[in-house]
Ligand binder design. Structure first.
Ligand SMILES: C[S@@+](CC[C@H](N)C(=O)[O-])C[C@H]1O[C@@H](n2cnc3c(N)ncnc32)[C@H](O)[C@@H]1O
Length: 194
């Protein structure tokens, strides 16, 4: 079985176009097989985007695990400087296409975890991969600290069936933690450096 986070060009490409309204703005997103949520904007990602107030955000953002690009592209349309990374090459190709289609000025590059991330950010925002397992998930969440500026924030979404409550507890060891939103089992969690 192929996973969306594994590069596998044997999975036939069948690009399709989807539309999503986010905060009253219409976006066009091309998706494909072997890319997360190929049928269109994931409900967890939507919950994450709807729980943040972009008008109060400024500075530099990293979209970790950008997939076909909804988080970074939405933020890139709002005067934020956005970098987007993923390990999946097909997702990166789609994210670049979607950035053009939606006129978002963002920078998109390949990175396994933070390997090619050289900058520091005001925000790291992610709908993180869960199927990679707890060890890698925690490398993403705790590792974010090394790439956040002072007073920077990691914001992520996770479902209660994916262990939201225990992840929340564990993050309290590393960050000042706040629940921004709970919707249909999805928790949007903000982790501030202190
Ligand atoms: C749950 S998906 C979210 C995709 C997209 N942000 C969205 O909301 O639709 C998680 C993403 O993390 C990527 N990913 C998995 N392991 C990774 C790793 N080690 N380094 C970078 N990205 C990774 C996957 O390829 C996938 O695109």
């Amino acid at each position: 079985m192929s996973h969306y986070f594994i590069n596998d060009d044997s999975v036939k490409s069948e690009e399709k176009v989807t539309k999503a309204m986010i905060h009253k703005e219409l976006f066009t997103f091309w998706t494909d097989n072997n890319v997360f949520s190929k049928s269109g904007l994931d409900f967890g990602t939507r919950t994450l985007l709807e729980s943040i107030d972009v008008s109060h955000m400024k500075g530099k953002v990293l979209d970790f695990g950008c997939g076909y690009g909804p988080i970074g592209i939405f933020l890139g349309r709002h005067n934020l400087e956005v970098d987007m990374i993923d390990i999946n090459e097909r997702a990166l190709r789609l994210a670049k296409k979607n950035a053009l289609v939606n006129q978002a000025h963002v920078s998109i590059f390949e990175s396994n975890l933070y390997e090619n991330v050289k900058d520091s950010y005001d925000y790291i925002i992610t709908n993180p991969p869960i199927r990679v397992g707890k060890k890698v998930l925690y490398e993403i969440l705790i590792g974010a600290k090394e790439h956040l500026k002072e007073n920077g924030q990691l914001i992520f979404v996770i479902h209660k069936d994916q262990g939201a409550k225990s992840v929340l507890r564990d993050m309290e060891e590393y960050y000042q933690v706040e629940i921004l939103q709970k919707n249909k089992g999805f928790y949007v969690i903000a982790c501030k450096t202190h």
